[in-house]
Design a protein around this ligand. Structure first.
Ligand SMILES: [Zn+2]
Ligand SMILES: [Zn+2]
Length: 81
């Protein structure tokens, strides 16, 4: 059971989260949506402030996997859990 997870969200160019519905081709269906500019990922780990942003979701998924791995294998475990 994983103790850490990081959620990936779609965001607009100004950084706000995009929760708007899109057509199957990725176009916005509402004028409120300024367009998806990319994605952000944020770690939900306790005390972890890791975030990342990228225009490609696949890149972000790779970065997220790499980050989560650091929780499993801390590079410098000098703090008591
Ligand atoms: Zn939107
Ligand atoms: Zn983390």
């Amino acid at each position: 059971m994983a103790r850490y997870a990081a959620t990936i969200k779609a965001v607009h160019a100004d950084g706000t989260e995009c929760t708007h519905k899109r057509t199957s081709t990725g176009k916005a269906t509402t004028a409120e949506c300024t367009g998806r500019d990319g994605y952000t990922a944020r770690c939900s780990g306790n005390g972890c402030t890791w975030t990342s942003r990228n225009t490609q979701k696949t890149v972000l998924e790779t970065q997220r996997a790499q980050h989560l791995r650091t929780h499993l294998n801390p590079p410098a475990p000098n703090r008591p859990a």
